[in-house]
Ligand binder design. Structure first.
Ligand code: SF4
Ligand code: F3S
Length: 106
């Protein structure tokens, strides 16, 4: 499966959503996750993300490993998003910020 990692938090550009052939993105207040039970590993979303938040579960950076379980957990609680929408007004301000996990809203 593919995994959305920290760069997405407070950026949520949603370019990834439009290309997913199986609509497996789930939306929270300021972050998206991938439902690991639905992702078919097509890889299409990876190149779409302006902040390179999406990785194959085999390639998730060492310091982001916890995002694999977080995607699985939150995908059960959050609703599907199937169309791109406007990013938050301050998304660009957060694009290069690291250590954003404490900003995640559930
Ligand atoms: Fe969807 Fe493909 Fe990305 Fe999986 S890898 S989330 S199926 S676009
Ligand atoms: Fe997030 Fe990137 Fe998609 S910022 S919403 S994973 S395009």
């Amino acid at each position: 499966t593919y995994v959305v990692t920290e760069s997405c938090i407070k950026c949520k550009y949603t370019d990834c959503v439009d290309v997913c052939p199986v609509d497996c993105f789930r939306e929270g207040p300021n972050f998206l996750v991938i439902d690991p039970d639905e992702c078919i590993d097509c890889t299409l979303c990876v190149a779409e993300c302006p902040v390179e938040a999406i990785f194959s579960e085999d390639d998730v950076p060492t310091d982001q490993q916890h995002f694999t379980a977080l995607n699985a957990e939150l995908s059960k609680a959050w609703k599907p998003i199937i169309e791109k929408k406007d990013a938050p007004a301050d998304a660009d301000d957060w694009a290069t910020v690291t250590g954003k996990l404490d900003k995640l809203e559930r």
